[in-house]
Design a protein around this ligand. Structure first.
Ligand SMILES: NC(=O)c1ccc[n+]([C@@H]2O[C@H](COP(=O)([O-])OP(=O)(O)OC[C@H]3O[C@@H](n4cnc5c(N)ncnc54)[C@H](O)[C@@H]3O)[C@@H](O)[C@H]2O)c1
Length: 256
């Protein structure tokens, strides 16, 4: 049991699905008061049900992380749940395209959901963490911030900017006991990845093939990223400031 998180509020954007959902479940298993801030009401409520059935405490507040008023409304309710000390920014979407094929609309949406949302949410949540004498924030970037496949111009750009934003915020707030880092996952089996894989052929075959590109021999699980997030939230990692932690089964380090 990780006692430092017990009875503390952990807000997880994108907590209704995939990596965010795994972070929510892991935090709840260690006694956190979990707040899921997600636009997907059905999956958010199902996640809360599953956490509560397992003895945890969780709330779902329908939130559009690109909208300041929506974030403020979520936060007002989250404050009533307990002391806000942890935030994971996991909401995101995958988009495809080159400079030739990416429309301005897709570019703007990708930047809004994957990048600007982290600025908007953190801008409102960080003062609450400060009021509660510090805590930690984890942003979910991607290994595509450092190395990328073809045809992901807007996505890779947004994730690269998350690394720079995290570094900047991390330096600004470490001295006040607010520790901000990001994780760059490789391929992780979530609905987002499954959707992408299904565009390339039979789902299981494509996932197996993608797994073979990771030196570890498989793609990752959302739970593996959740455990990395818990480490970055924990006091054990307080000397890590503004860093991008790559959790990719070796994918980003391989030449061939
Ligand atoms: N799955 C991977 O292989 C992988 C790899 C690297 C990085 N990531 C990143 O991890 C994060 C989580 O991805 P995932 O794979 O779990 O995807 P997912 O699609 O399973 O989950 C994303 C969640 O974000 C929510 N969301 C989207 N737009 C939103 C909005 N405007 N407001 C609130 N919530 C919104 C969705 O409803 C969904 O619940 C993303 O930032 C993604 O880019 C994923």
């Amino acid at each position: 049991m990780k006692h430092w998180i017990k009875d503390k509020v952990a807000i997880i954007t994108g907590g209704a699905s995939g990596i965010g959902q795994a972070i929510a479940k892991e935090a709840a298993a260690h006694g956190a008061i979990v707040v899921i801030a997600d636009i997907n009401e059905e999956m958010g409520k199902n996640t809360v049900r599953s956490i509560v059935e397992n003895g945890g405490t969780a709330f779902f507040y329908s939130t559009d992380v690109t909208n300041k008023a929506s974030i403020a409304s979520m936060l007002a309710k989250a404050e009533n749940a307990g002391p806000i000390k942890y935030l994971a920014n996991s909401a995101g979407l995958q988009t495809y395209g080159t400079v030739d094929t990416t429309t301005e609309e897709v570019w703007d949406k990708t930047m809004d959901v994957n990048l600007k949302s982290m600025f908007l949410v953190t801008q409102q949540v960080l003062p609450k963490i400060r009021e509660n004498h510090g805590g930690s924030i984890v942003n979910i970037s991607s290994v595509q911030a450092m190395r990328c496949q073809k045809n992901v111009l807007a996505y890779a750009t947004s994730k690269g900017a998350v690394v720079a934003m995290t570094r900047s915020m991390g330096l600004d707030h470490a001295a006040e006991g607010i520790y901000i880092n990001c994780i760059c996952p490789g391929s992780i089996r979530t609905p987002m990845l499954e959707y992408g894989a299904a565009q390339h052929g039979s789902l299981e075959e494509v996932l197996k093939e993608w797994g073979s590109h990771h030196p570890i021999g498989r793609i990752g699980t959302p739970e593996e990223i959740a455990k990395t997030a818990m480490f970055l939230w924990s006091p054990d990692s307080n000397f890590i400031v503004g860093q991008a932690i790559v959790a990719d089964g070796g994918l980003g380090s391989v030449i061939l």
